[in-house]
Design a protein around this ligand. Structure first.
Ligand code: CAA
Length: 258
């Protein structure tokens, strides 16, 4: 597929998607959503890709859903075309880990896209917010749910009801990003984290990601049971045998993903 709004590349075991609509601060329009889904689908099918990075530019990860496109849409069109939501479902359920490389504006649907990733590396210039209230709507891509589960009710209410943006350091304190780095380093650091994850057992990484995500959906007792089942299952993997053998032989493991 030829991409017009994103770039899709690979660097060894890392699949990289770069949002590329600089004229609109990477606002997510229908074409970009379709292209993101297509790129993610191709990375999912490619066994050589073990981790994905989604990045924007230094100025903007994404300023949210494309307001100019949405302005003319009716409720029925939004509901019937499933305009954005296939993307959130695809990212949220993507089996391989996704590192978000954030810088500049991370707003509205852009923050919702970021919150569907698994590890978030943010440049010190990052500004995060849910400003939908300023244009007479509300978050629709998971913002009310994921933000509240991450930062708690009171901060989520403040951000969603006032539309106010927060900076990278505050986001880190709130647990909304994993780490903050100088602005020159946000992409290289995200790739570094992705390489580190890609060097682990893909089977263990997949199960661990699934278990952590379930913590946001299940009660503690069910979550602990779920975790244990996944843990037992890993004892059937070749990677478990290799990982433990390599430890005892004092060498680096070579994980096959089986
Ligand atoms: N949709 C469409 N175009 C956008 C956009 C968006 N979300 N955000 C920015 N742009 C466009 C601007 O219209 C402008 O284009 P023109 O030069 O053609 O006018 C260009 O990007 C640059 O933007 P600004 O001139 O506004 O840049 P700035 O530095 O002065 O301000 C900003 C940057 C604060 C991010 C401002 O652009 C802004 O507030 N954008 C809208 C943010 C927003 O409301 N996002 C939520 C969208 S709704 C949503 O996401 C729903 C959902 O949950 C699924």
């Amino acid at each position: 597929m030829d991409y017009g709004t994103i770039a899709r590349t690979t660097e060894g075991p890392i699949g990289i998607i770069t949002l590329n609509r600089p004229e609109a601060l990477n606002a997510l329009n229908t074409q970009m959503v379709k292209e993101l889904i297509s790129a993610l689908t191709s990375f999912e099918a490619d066994d050589s890709v073990r981790c994905v990075v989604i990045a924007g530019s230094e100025r903007a990860f994404s300023a949210g859903a494309d307001i100019k496109e949405m302005a003319e849409m009716t409720a029925v069109q939004m509901a019937m075309t499933g305009h954005f939501f296939p993307l959130w479902d695809k990212v949220g359920r993507f089996p391989k880990p996704i590192v978000g490389a954030l810088s500049g504006f991370v707003l509205g649907g852009g923050l919702e896209l970021a919150m569907s990733c698994d590890v978030l590396v943010a440049s010190e210039t990052t500004q995060l917010g849910q400003p939908e209230i300023d244009i007479g709507v509300m978050p629709g891509g998971g913002g009310t749910q994921r933000l509240t589960r991450t930062v708690g009710k009171y901060k989520a209410m403040e951000m969603i009801l006032t539309g106010r943006r927060i900076g990278a350091e505050e986001a880190k304190t709130l647990g909304l990003v994993s780490r903050v780095v100088p602005k020159e380093a946000f992409l290289s650091e995200a790739k570094k984290v992705a390489s580190e994850i890609a060097s682990k057992s893909p089977v263990a990484v997949r199960q661990a990601k699934m278990a952590v995500n379930k913590a946001l959906e299940m009660g503690l007792a069910d979550g602990l049971d779920f975790e244990r089942e996944l843990f037992y299952l890993l004892f059937a993997s070749e990677d478990k045998t290799e990982g433990m053998k390599a430890f005892m032989e004092k060498r680096k493991p070579e994980f096959s993903g089986r």
